[in-house]
Design a protein around this ligand. Structure first.
Ligand SMILES: Cc1cc2nc3c(=O)[nH]c(=O)nc-3n(C[C@H](O)[C@H](O)[C@H](O)COP(=O)(O)OP(=O)(O)OC[C@H]3O[C@@H](n4cnc5c(N)ncnc54)[C@H](O)[C@@H]3O)c2cc1C
Length: 380
């Protein structure tokens, strides 16, 4: 076993670091508080080869590994936390599910713009009555000649205000086996009232009112749910990587602060009460990174294991939040203020403990692996 990165991975990380320091670091604070999607960053990243890192070259990607994409998120976030979302959108989210399962025509039609940083794709999975219990989703796809009619509603969809296309989970028939997914263009989606998460990210309810979907836009038909979730595990690793990276961003800010700020005539880093906080933070960050790298490296160019993904995500989510929270405490009023990005990192990390499978739901999955059986969460 070798815990070091390969020479190629180190070179890749160095090149991303140079890019991020040159193009992203200066505007980091402004970008974190700006509304909308950072399209300028997306276009720069497309040129730099940071979109579609794990997508095969024949589909317009870079043909790299999942660990490369994780390194890209970590390195970009170390200069600009908000820009890590662009790495997520261009590598880990529904774009990867589209690249994995989409037909040649679907990929040809959508991937080019997504990989050029000119468009984003959103995933519409959660519904008002189907959150953690996602298989309770009601959005229906009913046969209509050679296509389908889709009706229903989705909430909390990231990028809902400016996505070009939506990957929507639908029900073709009853039960888990009846679930699949379709691609729906922006023009066919009615958006509800604009809202915001605590992180500042915008979302709006999606209304699908008898939308005509041709057969060619079905991504995964009836029986596609398992494949869909297998693809979604990639998204979960992107979520884990951002939790870890933003926790680390806050930690680095606090570390620098503790080596410069004096109280009672001494540097903060000289107080043992704070040294132990830093030791705890460092242990959490290192452990989270090892779990994340294990899940990503074992997936190589494929999809990560559900168990390793659940462990990595639950741990990174908790570690990212705890470390951002302690870093804020170490920085006192300055940490709580928008003068630093530490409060932003804390707000973002909080959301990832819920998004993409909450920590509790992931722990349920881990327990199922431990005891090698499933535990129904439903009443008898
Ligand atoms: C920042 C952010 C971005 C998001 N982006 C998207 C997106 O792009 N697309 C999309 O479709 N959705 C998105 N979501 C929605 C997200 O997937 C759901 O919020 C999540 O699945 C939880 O569902 P819920 O909010 O309805 O909570 P609920 O399911 O109502 O759960 C409430 C609480 O109960 C706990 N709980 C529920 N069931 C159990 C159980 N069996 N055992 C133990 N605890 C349980 C949960 O962990 C949670 O703490 C996003 C959410 C956030 C916060």
């Amino acid at each position: 076993m070798d815990f070091r990165l390969t020479q190629e991975q180190e070179q890749f990380r160095d090149s991303v670091k140079k890019f991020a320091d040159k193009h992203l670091a200066a505007g980091a604070r402004e970008r974190a508080h700006a509304a909308g999607y950072p399209w300028d960053v997306a276009k720069l990243m497309a040129k730099q080869g940071l979109l579609g890192i794990t997508i095969p070259e024949k589909d317009g990607g870079q043909g790299g590994t999942l660990l490369d994409a994780v390194l890209a998120i970590e390195t970009v976030a170390s200069a600009c936390p908000r820009s890590a979302d662009v790495v997520q959108a261009g590598n880990f989210g529904p774009i990867r599910v589209l690249a994995e399962y989409g037909s040649a025509d679907q990929k040809k039609h959508h991937l080019q713009k997504l990989l050029a940083g000119e468009a984003v794709i959103s995933v519409g999975m959660t519904e008002p009555d189907a959150g953690s219990a996602v298989t309770d989703l009601k959005t229906s796809a009913k046969k209509d000649g050679d296509g389908w009619r889709v009706s229903g509603s989705k909430i909390f969809t990231t990028h809902s205000a400016y996505a070009d296309v939506f990957l929507v989970y639908v029900r073709f028939g009853p039960g888990v086996g009846g679930i699949g997914s379709v691609l729906i263009e922006k023009k066919d989606v009615k958006l509800g009232k604009a809202s915001k998460f605590m992180s500042g990210e915008e979302w709006a309810q999606l209304y699908l009112e008898d939308v005509r979907v041709p057969q060619a836009n079905v991504l995964l038909g009836e029986g596609g749910f398992k494949k869909q979730i297998a693809g979604f595990n990639v998204e979960r690793l992107g979520n884990s990587a951002r939790s870890l990276a933003l926790g680390r961003y806050a930690y680095e800010a606090a570390r620098t602060w503790a080596m410069e700020r004096k109280q009672f005539g001494r540097l903060l880093c000289e107080f043992q009460g704070l040294q132990w906080k830093f030791a705890d933070m460092k242990m959490k960050l290192d452990a989270a990174q090892l779990l994340l790298y294990r899940a990503a490296a074992n997936a190589d160019r494929g999809l990560p294991s559900p168990e390793e993904t659940a462990i990595a995500k639950a741990y990174c989510n908790q570690a990212g939040f705890d470390v951002a929270n302690e870093s804020l405490q170490v920085m006192g009023g300055m940490g709580y203020s928008q003068e630093s990005l530490v409060e932003y990192c804390l707000r973002r990390c909080r959301g990832w403990m819920i998004a993409g499978g909450s920590i509790e739901i992931l722990k349920n999955r881990i327990a199922e692996h431990i005891f090698e059986r499933s535990f129904s969460q439903r009443p008898d």
